[in-house]
Ligand binder design. Structure first.
Ligand SMILES: [Mg+2]
Length: 168
């Protein structure tokens, strides 16, 4: 079906609900996170304590982590000051090239990695174009950048079909 690349492989309420054991059993070794409205509100500059602890936990569980955003260098580098992860700014999502070169730097392959994000047309599509597992989270907050707001309308339509399919 034509919408297939837009359907996430998993849909969860927030990153803390990632099905870690299942992902591991499917061979997923790397998790690449979108920043804005996935792991922090788009207008909050730093990761909070809960996220820091969670990322620590993920690493102890053996996952290799990266963050990527279409946002600018200043936003991404500042956000990454404490996390100190592989961080990709101006990621050109949904194009797959920058995320794929990020995976290489982490010695990961698309088949062993998942992209976690809050947008269908940006994150889910990017993950699938790169050959990765795509995990969608509900956006953290209603506050959104204007461009994103426009996309959300279309996104709702896609998700409607997705949920209809997945609740049968
Ligand atoms: Mg986002």
């Amino acid at each position: 079906m034509i919408l297939e690349p837009l359907f996430p492989d998993y849909y969860i309420e927030n990153v803390y609900q990632l099905p870690l054991e299942e992902l591991k059993s499917r061979g997923i070794r790397g998790l690449i996170f979108d920043i804005d409205n996935t792991i922090a509100p788009f207008d909050v500059a730093d990761p909070d304590e809960k996220l820091m602890d969670f990322f620590m936990h993920l690493q102890e569980e053996g996952f290799r982590l990266g963050i990527l955003s279409n946002n600018n260098k200043k936003r991404v580098q500042h956000f990454n000051r404490k996390l100190k992860l592989l961080a990709i700014h101006k990621a050109d999502k949904p194009l797959p090239f920058k995320v794929k070169s990020g995976l290489k730097k982490l010695s990961l392959t698309p088949e062993t990695s998942a992209l976690v994000g809050d947008q269908v047309f940006t994150d889910v599509l990017c993950g699938h174009m790169a050959g990765m597992t795509a995990i969608m989270v509900a956006p953290i907050c209603e506050r959104d950048q204007l461009v994103t707001k426009v996309k959300r309308g279309l996104e709702k339509q896609v998700l409607k079909v997705y949920f209809r399919k997945n609740t049968k």
